[in-house]
Every structure is written in C-alpha cells, then in structure tokens.
Write a protein that binds this ligand. Sequence first.
Ligand code: NAD
Length: 464
Amino acid sequence: MKRVAVVGTGYVGLASAVSLAYLGHEVVALDVDEEKVRGLRRGQPPFYEPHLRELMALSRERLFFTTRYEEAIPGAEVVFIAVGTPPAPDGGPDLSQVRQAAEGIGRHLGEGFTVVANKSTVPVGSGNFVGALVRRAFEETHGKEADGRFAVASNPEFLREGQALQDSLYPDRIVVGAEDGRAIQALRELYEPILEQSFPPPPFLPRPERMGAVPFLTTDLASAELIKYGANAFLALKISFINELAALAERMGADIREVARGIGLDARIGLRFLQAGLGWGGSCFPKDTLALLAMGREYGLRLPIVEAAWEVNARQRERVVEKLLGELKTLKGKTIALLGLSFKPHTDDLRDSPALALARLLLERGAFVRAHDPVALPRARREVGRSLEYAETPEAVLAGADAVVLATDWPEYRTWPWRELRPLLRRALVVDARNHLDGEALARAGYRYLGVGIPDLFPVQEVV
Ligand SMILES: NC(=O)c1ccc[n+]([C@@H]2O[C@H](COP(=O)([O-])OP(=O)(O)OC[C@H]3O[C@@H](n4cnc5c(N)ncnc54)[C@H](O)[C@@H]3O)[C@@H](O)[C@H]2O)c1
C-alpha cells in the first residue's frame, strides 16, 4: 500500500485516483475547483463515465478529496500530476495548469522521498520543466535545497474516455520514463497489482479474457513523453487513412467497411481505428497532434504525415455537408436532426467534438440544428448554448426534420423504431456519418440512406 496524491480530478486524474484506491492504496485527490470537490465528497463524479460512481463507492474508505495542497502533498510517496493541458493559441499546449500544480507540489513537499509523476500530456522536455518548478518552489518556501527529496517521472496515460476504468485496471502497457531508479521502483510497486493482474476484479468490470501480465516499459523522460504523442498521432492518422480511402471507395462503388475488414485482418495492421466516419475529435487527438506539429516546428522539422491527417480530418465534416446539399440542394431554413453530440459514445465530453464541428458548418449554411444525445444534453445546454435546439426523445428530435445526421455512434440509435418514426420526418433522409445504423433495414423502412464510403441506398418499395 502506498500513499498517493493525484492533482487534478478530470477524466484522467479521477479514473487514476479511483482505480488506485480500489487496488488498496490510500489516495488523496486534489482539485482547485471547489464545486467539483464538494460533489466528489458526496460521491458524485463531475462528468459521465461508465461505472465511475460504483467504483468510487467501492473505494471510498481509501479515497479522499481536497482543494488544499497542504492536505494532499506532504504525506504522499507518489504525487501524480493530472491537470489539463488545453491547446494554446499557437497550437502548443497551455502549460499553466501544470506550472501551478508543480509549484503547489514543490511548496508542500513533505519530509519523505516523493515521486512526482506526470500523467498530463506535455511536450517533450516538460519532465525537466516540472522538476525545475518543484525544486524552485520548495527552495523558495523552505530556504533549503530540495536535492534528494523528490524525483520526477513521466507516466503517460492511455485511457479512453467511455472505458476509462477498464483501461486503468486492464491497460495494454504501463510506460514510465525517469532518470532516477527510485522513481521507477516506486511506480513499479504502486502498479504491481495491475502489472501482475493480482487484484480481484470489480463485479461490474470483469477482467478481459486472455488478459495476461501487463508490460512495464521503462524509458528516459523524453522517450516516455514522445510515446504518448506518437501513440495518439498514429491512431489519428489510422482513422484519417481509412477516411481518405473511403472517399475513393465511394467514387468506385466499393464498400469501405469490407475494405477495412480485409485490410485490418492483417495482423500487422489490426481492425481497430479503421472505421470510416466523421473523423476524430475529442480532448486528445486534435490537441496532441497540433502539439506534435508545434514541437516539430520548434526543432525545425515538418511532419507532413501528421499534417495530412489533419487535412483529411477537416474534410470529413465537409463531406457530410456536401452529401446533404446533394440531396436537399440548400440548407437554408432546413431543419437537421443531429444524433449525438459527445465526441464519441459513452462520454459526455464535448471538447473538440466532430458532431459540434459539423453542427457549426450546418449553422453557417443557414440550417437549424436540433440535437439529441443520450447523456450530453445538459452539458451541451451549458457549454454550447442556444445556437442549437435540444431534444430529449427520438420523436422530439425527428419531428418535422428535413434530414437526420448521425454524428456519434451511440448504440441506442441502432435500436430506435425507425419505421414507426418515419412519418414524423418531413423527408426520410438519413446521413449516417459513422456507418453505424443498419442501412438496409432503414431502406426497407422507407428511408434514403447515405453512409461514408459505402453505396447509397434508396427506399425499398415494398411489394404488397
Ligand atoms: N481525457 C482523456 O481521455 C485523456 C487521456 C490521456 C491523457 N490525457 C491528458 O491528461 C491530462 C488531463 O486530461 P483530462 O481530460 O483529465 O483534463 P480535465 O480538464 O478533465 O481535468 C483537469 C482537472 O485539473 C484541475 N486543475 C486545474 N489546475 C489545477 C491545479 N493547479 N491544481 C489542481 N487541480 C487543477 C481542473 O479543475 C480539472 O478538474 C491532459 O494533459 C490530457 O491531455 C487525457
């Protein structure tokens, strides 16, 4: 058992804090947002993430929340930094939260040896930056040298929102970059139950079949930091690649779903992240690829593959608008029913959501956008506001619409009673920007159905 502090209770910080407490560590999670901390103390997570509330309840005896560095830091053997690194205007990440966290940690370092492990995604070299800030803050506060009291590590986080707890408890690998062997040792011990998969799984998060020991990869600081950017950029360009091919498939009359399957069954390539659609978004891929490009510029290097992934991605949203224009001729005054607002299913995170990027393009063209989302509506009302209309039910979102656009592949959209809903629409047109619905069933139910990189379907005249 270790004493752990986690600075920042966003998606990464909270998932890590709760998972570590579940494994038996004593965890103090710290956030500067008082309202968030008040909610967390009552057992209420500040965002939607499957099973988070239940795992918090199971771990509550070892999980504490505070807004005060002096309560979290002095007793901790390992302190994680998990604050936000949103994009700054120049494309690089804004490191102000990391700076404040490092200074807060430095001012309150305790007597024992502390490992300061960075989980926030930060540009290569930030480990040294964090180390310098912690040292300076400690020395300014205490008037003595900080040498030997702490060591910095980079421990990049690979969790996916919507599966954050699965990914925390059952990761593909754990990467730790550090120059000090004690930091690596402390983190290896901390993660031992995960590395060896020796913990009893929570009843609602069963261990995946064939899950073996988890690789623990130790590197220098810079390599660990670059691994995170490399992984996200690669996944983003894998999606952009299949989207680029989807455009060609559409012209040629091929079906990109079959093509992707045929490509992805090659073990060297893999099936995941080969779904053609509206493109990537969310809180990580856009900002991390931009940051990688910014790092390249700093070192005098262009990264044309990453640049191209961006271009293809922006194009994907426009392609949906073009499909709508092809059918409706103008979008002015037309009502578009937009299904899904979150950047992917099983989260209410709207940061850089492709659905919102598409909504903006539709609004620019004079359409009215009426949106539905199974969980993100309250957040959208707060964060997006009145430029969109919001609807809580299938009937409300579809009534009188000139077209339906599926933007986020929430599973429940597949089970809507599309045949019964059709009379509500002004025009039975579905643009499935995620190739998520059963197009043939929709065509049989009287819809014109357009996907991405797949043959268009016309309503089937049913023979009576
Ligand atoms: N969200 C993801 O899926 C994901 C996955 C992997 C890595 N990351 C990276 O992890 C980091 C955190 O991402 P997130 O999505 O959890 O961010 P987030 O914005 O959801 O959460 C950040 C939290 O830090 C708090 N905070 C800000 N300044 C603070 C300070 N000085 N002291 C204490 N708390 C402070 C904020 O109030 C907020 O609750 C980012 O660098 C991100 O790139 C995110």
